[in-house]
Every structure is written in structure tokens, then in C-alpha cells.
Design a binder for this molecule. Structure first.
Ligand code: BYC
Length: 324
């Protein structure tokens, strides 16, 4: 009986769900949703949360070596922001009925994906500038449309994340500007960082539209609003003039302004490298995962202490309520 009812009701529920999406209604955690919508969200939001958390590692390497106290304080604040982004995103994911421990286990076992970009090394201080400028710049380009994602908790988390990412992008650009105006060696450092981070930043937007297996459905559900290639093109168009302004050259011989499209044509992305990194074989994949697992294990006592403190507080509140 139940199976029969479901078979009859499902198309109806699905079409009502799609009608809500088409009408720009937000879907909230307790609303009915197709199982595939829920799974897609858990996949994307958890990958996003993992990226924020793993993204702290390449920057963390430079906290002790930042060139001034001011730079150190700014970098520390940025890294803390990324931890906060991870927390909002894990929380948004939990509203879909999956536990944070489960998600973290999947990251630590190597089963879950996180952004390819964080598997590249940060060799010198200019890399911190390039990450802020390019990586956070790409992240904003991708995440601004996610503020309108159809799932309420994800879209609301994105609003705050995007505000903070804008500061990150500016501090990165300002580092690059300072280096570009500095000595010949400093300018060369900035150019070298741009050379190494340019193509990996373009890869952050994911495979080309023809190879993106999830885009069509995610766009129908208004989780994604633009395709991977559309956002990548916008990023190129925004970033090339910024590079020119500080006297740096984008490392692409085929980069050329196309007057007809009013957009830049650019060279072929090294897709073999992208898939190699996504499949766990990039320059730092193994190190990042090992460092993350280590940080989690070393933080065990902090989690236990926080839990014991929260329990004690709850007991105190409880006994106060009883005595009143
Ligand atoms: N790296 O069908 P597709 C940040 C995977 S910023 C690794 O196009 P979708 C930060 C994809 O997961 C970075 N894997 O997928 C910034 C899928 O594999 P599965 C995080 C990638 O989901 C500064 C397969 O390739 N941002 O956190 O429609 C400081 C096919 O792809 C990548 C977000 O996560 C990649 N670059 O589109 C600190 C934003 N690209 O799952 C932190 C939210 C693709 O089938 N996410 N894959 O095994 C999105 O917008 C989308 O998930 C993507 C991919 C555009 C990334």
C-alpha cells in the first residue's frame, strides 16, 4: 500500500517541489525534497566546508614567517575566518540529516573531495598575496551566486562568507600591489606567484561545461545559477585588468581581448593536471590530508574540554532553574 501511494504521490511532490524552486521559494530543512536534491547539497556543501578547513593549512605555514606584525595579525584573522566558514557550512549540512563527525571522517579517510587549489605548495610570501587575490577572488565569483541558492541554510551562510571573502581578496591584492611596487626581486616574486597560481585558480571553477556531470541538474534546482565555464570567464575578465594595473603579466600566450564578445579569449586549461590533483595525486594532497588528521587528533583534548565545560554549564543552569 505504502509503495503504491509513494509511486503515485512522488511525481506530484516532485513537480510541486520544482514549482517552488521556479518561483524562487527557499527550501528549508524540514520541507519535502527529492532524495537526490538532498544528496547533491550534502555533497557540494560538505566539499565546500572541507575546502575552507583544508584551505587554512597552506596559509597557516606562513603565520610565523609573515613579514611584519601587521601582516601576521591580518593573516591570522583571515585563517580564523576560514575556520568560521567551515563551521557555518558543516552546520548547514547537518540540517540535511548528516552528522559533522561523519563528514569529517569522510574527509580524513580520503573519501571526500575538497578544492583542488589547496593541493599546491606555498613557497614564499608572495604566494599568500596570490592566494588572497586569485583564490579568494575565484571563491567570491563562485559564491556570490550561491547567496541565491535554493536551499535556505546554504544561501544564508554564503552571505556572511562572501562579505568576509571580499576582505580576503583585497588584502591579497594589496600584498601583490606592495610587492609589485617594491624592489626588482619583490616584483619578480609577485610575478612568479602569479605564474604558479593562475592556472590552478582557473581550475577551481571545476571541469568545462561539457565534462561537468552535476551542473545541468544543479542549475535546474537553482543550487548553481551559472555554469562552471561562465563563472571562469567572468573571473578572467575581472582579473586580467587587475594584473595589468599592478604591472604583472598573466602567464597565458593565448590571452587576448575579444572585441566582438567583449571578453577575453584564453588558452586551454591543463585538464590532465586538474584531474590528477582531484584524484589525489597533486603536489601536496598527501601532506594536506596528513596535516589535517594530525591537527584533528591534537585538538581532541580541546573538544573534550569544551564538551565537559558545556555539560557543567548545563548542569548549573538546570540546578538554578530547579531551585527557583
Ligand atoms: N576541486 O560536475 P562538476 C574556498 C569535482 S573556495 C576538486 O562540475 P559541481 C576557500 C566535483 O566535486 C573552494 N574537485 O561538480 C577560498 C565532482 O566530483 P564528485 C571551495 C572538483 O559540484 C579561499 C566532479 O569534479 N568552493 O573554500 O556541479 C580560502 C565533477 O564536477 C573541483 C566551493 O566548494 C575542484 N576545483 O561543480 C579558503 C564552492 N571542481 O562530487 C577557502 C561550492 C569540480 O561527483 N561548490 N570537482 O565526486 C561549487 O560551486 C561546485 O561544487 C563546483 C563543482 C563548481 C566546485
Amino acid at each position: 500500500m505504502e509503495t503504491l501511494l509513494t509511486a503515485f504521490q512522488l511525481p506530484d511532490l516532485e513537480s510541486r517541489f520544482q514549482a517552488r524552486i521556479d518561483a524562487e521559494d527557499k527550501i528549508e530543512p524540514k520541507d519535502w525534497m527529492p532524495e537526490e536534491y538532498r544528496k547533491t547539497l550534502i555533497r557540494q556543501i560538505s566539499q565546500h566546508a572541507h575546502s575552507e578547513v583544508v584551505g587554512m593549512l597552506p596559509e597557516g605555514n606562513w603565520v610565523t614567517r609573515a613579514p611584519s606584525l601587521k601582516r601576521k595579525a591580518v593573516l591570522l584573522a583571515k585563517i580564523q575566518d576560514e575556520a568560521g566558514h567551515g563551521l557555518y557550512l558543516y552546520s548547514a549540512c547537518e540540517t540535511l540529516g548528516v552528522s559533522r563527525d561523519q563528514l569529517i571522517d569522510e574527509l580524513h579517510s580520503g573519501k571526500a573531495k575538497y578544492s583542488s587549489i589547496f593541493n599546491y605548495p606555498t613557497l614564499n610570501w608572495a604566494d599568500i598575496g596570490a592566494i588572497g587575490w586569485l583564490v579568494d577572488g575565484a571563491a567570491i565569483m563562485n559564491q556570490i551566486p550561491l547567496c541565491r541558492a535554493s536551499f535556505g541554510p546554504y544561501s544564508r551562510a554564503m552571505i556572511r562568507v562572501c562579505k568576509e571573502e571580499s576582505f580576503h581578496q583585497r588584502q591579497g591584492y594589496e600584498i601583490m600591489l606592495t610587492l609589485s611596487k617594491g624592489s626588482k626581486e619583490q616584483k619578480a616574486m609577485a610575478q612568479d606567484a602569479l605564474n604558479r597560481w593562475w592556472w590552478p585558480s582557473l581550475m577551481m571553477f571545476g571541469p568545462s561545461d561539457q565534462d561537468s556531470k552535476h551542473s545541468a541538474q544543479s542549475m535546474k534546482w537553482k543550487i548553481k545559477r551559472f555554469s562552471n565555464d561562465e563563472l571562469r570567464q567572468r573571473f578572467v575578465d575581472m582579473t586580467v585588468p587587475q594584473a595589468e594595473l599592478i604591472g604583472l603579466k598573466v602567464p597565458d600566450d593565448q590571452l587576448k581581448w575579444n572585441e566582438e564578445r567583449r571578453s577575453y579569449d584564453f588558452g586551454e586549461i591543463p585538464w590532465d593536471e586538474f584531474w590528477n590533483v582531484v584524484n589525489g595525486n597533486g603536489p601536496c594532497n598527501k601532506k594536506r590530508l596528513a596535516d589535517r588528521v594530525n591537527a584533528h587528533n591534537e585538538g581532541k583534548w580541546v573538544r573534550e574540554a569544551a564538551e565537559a565545560f558545556a555539560k557543567k554549564q548545563a548542569q548549573r543552569t538546570d540546578s538554578k532553574l530547579k531551585s527557583n
